[in-house]
Design a binder for this molecule. Structure first.
Ligand code: C5P
Length: 224
């Protein structure tokens, strides 16, 4: 049987990562977090003094970071030039710069190629989460999901993840930060955040994580 490919796209705060990891784990599939790859590239740019607001500087360095993604849904570690950056790529500096870096076509070309090669070699299949997986990276995916949620639900989820950390932002600040990143990711010319025509849209605002996971697993089973 050919490898099973599930594409899960959508903006942040929709439960995309938790859902994708759980679906992969329960179905015994590999897992790829493509946002982590853009974050790793951004981390490398910041680390090496590249001005992330300068697309030409980012483009010139696009081929330099050596990014390797682990695909175990239980421990999806990511390394850049051999160093594990799983923690640092979640920091505010990277989050603030990642949309600008990921809008650069040379960065997207390099990372898209990486994503396709990981997906091609995944046995017995893989869940790939991101923004443009169903539209651009893996348009032949067996199942495409597009997750959405209300701005309120997304901000509340994101703040829930940060609860207990020092300097956690207000709900309003989180909502604004998410809206800014959405606008940048949806408005860019190169492979913007978008729902594929054949994707199944799931609004997760009023659903529990468990309900979303169960729904997607049912859809996968219908397609096998
Ligand atoms: O999913 P996450 O919030 O970690 O993604 C970080 C950023 O990476 C997004 O805001 C977007 O700019 C970029 N990204 C992308 N294409 C993808 C996945 C993520 O441009 N497939």
């Amino acid at each position: 049987t050919p490898a099973l490919i599930v594409a899960i796209d959508g903006p942040s705060g929709t439960g995309k990562s938790s859902t994708s990891r759980a679906v992969a784990a329960r179905l015994g599939l590999r897992y790829l977090d493509t946002g982590a790859q853009y974050r790793a590239a951004t981390w490398w740019m910041l680390r090496n003094g590249i001005d992330t607001a300068d697309p030409a500087a980012v483009a010139a360095a696009a081929g330099k970071p050596e990014i390797v993604s682990g695909t175990d849904p239980a421990h999806p570690a990511i390394t850049v030039d051999g160093a594990d950056v799983s923690g640092p790529i979640r920091g505010p500096e990277v989050t603030g710069a990642v949309s600008a870096v990921s809008a650069v076509p040379e960065i997207r070309a390099r990372i898209t190629e990486l994503q396709r090669s990981v997906a091609r070699s995944a046995v017995p299949g893989i869940v790939v989460e991101g923004r443009d997986i169903g539209t651009t990276v893996l348009p032949d995916a067996d199942l495409k999901i597009f997750l959405t949620a209300s701005p309120e639900a997304r901000a509340a989820r994101r703040n829930g993840e940060l609860a207990g950390t020092t300097g956690a932002p207000t709900l309003e600040a989180t909502r604004e930060a998410l809206a800014r990143r959405d606008a940048a990711d949806s408005g860019r010319a190169a492979s913007p955040l978008a729902k594929a025509a054949d994707a199944v849209e799931i609004d997760t605002s009023e659903l529990t994580l468990e309900q979303v996971i169960a729904h997607i697993i049912t859809l996968v089973e219908q397609r096998r």
